[in-house]
Design a binder for this molecule. Structure first.
Ligand code: SR1
Length: 347
């Protein structure tokens, strides 16, 4: 009995502590953050994978620092479920909703319902095309451009390429615009095959597709795979086929697991261009908080990415995201949408 009482108390205590912290608010912050407990929803389309987990962790850390009561609705790559979650968030009486990815065509009317109720909305990597909604992105054009410039530096301007892409996701569509321009400007680059999928098993499904593509096109020497789950899949295929020494993979995104895959001996994954996804999550929450406080927020909010090469990571002895942040301090912070009253020492 005593044990059960202790157990019950230990389960409730963190909740009481969190509520106390939320209730106390942020010193020097404008209303309603001076009182704490402001409800905000984070509604994601995808939650699986390193990028999305780190994004969520960053959003949670920034929310905690602002005494925000953050309600997280995990994504299941299901447009109908995401719509339903937005309606649930509206019914919860949240002050703001952060939409993390999604399909614009299935979101317009429910987002409008939120706006009509005075709820602030922030969009990360989904084009909601509404002047009232700030758009957060990772400067995808620059990201793709840096990756492709590195591909030319390593391979010259003539090579047979595989390209991993699926239309309909704003960041991938923006990166695709750069790929199309790049091909026009580099006639020696031939796209031999295009494949890709986004699901709850993106990496393994991409690996199956890549295996078929690389077997049918043994002259492919470069793969542009601008999403880390894509790159992981292509690397898996190259390893299974025993062709890691003939292939170079250029990607987007970074995580501790990615750094280990990039730097391991013989890895064909030679470069990635990335932001710290936790910083992007924090920026998204700050954009929501500033709007709730009635302060100015730019329509376009950009977090700039950094080129990370296999050579550079190995030379610096970087093995984790934390070590990367120590070596490249800019990686842990962004001055996008901030204010003196917003705590920014999160990580
Ligand atoms: C399916 S879209 C995947 C991309 O979303 C985020 O922008 C990440 O950078 C990832 O590459």
């Amino acid at each position: 009995m005593k044990f059960l009482t202790r157990l019950a108390l230990s389960a409730v205590a963190p909740l009481l502590l969190t509520q106390a912290a939320l209730a106390s608010g942020v010193n020097g912050a404008p209303a309603p953050f001076d009182k704490g407990g402001v409800k905000v929803a984070l509604v994601s389309y995808i939650s699986a994978g390193d990028f999305f987990q780190a994004y969520q962790a960053g959003a949670e850390a920034q929310a905690k620092a602002l005494a925000i009561d953050l309600r997280v609705f995990p994504g299941r790559q299901d447009a109908a479920a995401q719509r339903e979650q937005i309606l649930q968030a509206i019914n919860l009486g949240v002050s703001a909703i952060v939409i993390d990815h999604g399909l614009p065509e299935s979101l317009g009317d429910v987002i409008q319902q939120a706006l009509d109720k005075g709820i602030k909305v922030v969009a990360f990597d989904v084009n909601l095309n509404n002047p009232k909604i700030p758009q957060v992105e990772q400067s995808d054009h620059e990201l793709a451009d840096l990756a492709l410039k590195q591909a030319v530096k390593d391979n010259g301007a003539s090579f047979k390429a595989g390209y991993v892409y699926i239309a309909g996701f704003a960041p991938l569509d923006r990166r695709n615009e750069v790929w199309n321009t790049f091909k026009k400007q580099n006639a020696g680059v031939v796209e031999k095959a295009r494949f890709g999928n986004v699901s709850d098993t993106t990496a393994t499904s991409t690996a199956d597709q890549a295996k078929a593509v690389l077997t049918a096109n043994p002259d492919i020497t470069v793969v542009f795979a601008p999403y880390d789950e894509f790159a992981r899949g292509v690397k898996l295929a190259a390893t299974d086929l025993g062709i890691t020494d003939k292939l170079k993979i250029y990607s987007a995104d970074v995580s501790t697991a990615d750094i280990q895959e990039i730097t391991e001996p013989g890895s064909p994954w030679v470069a990635t261009v990335a932001t710290n996804p936790a910083v992007v999550g924090a920026v998204s929450i700050r954009a929501a908080a500033l709007q709730i406080a009635g302060q100015e927020v730019p329509h376009q909010i950009t977090v700039k990415p950094t080129l990370l090469t296999q050579e550079g990571l190995r030379a610096a002895g970087v093995k984790t995201i934390e070590e990367l942040a120590q070596k490249v301090p800019a990686f842990s912070v962004s001055d996008a949408v901030t204010a003196s009253w917003i705590p920014d020492k999160l990580f």
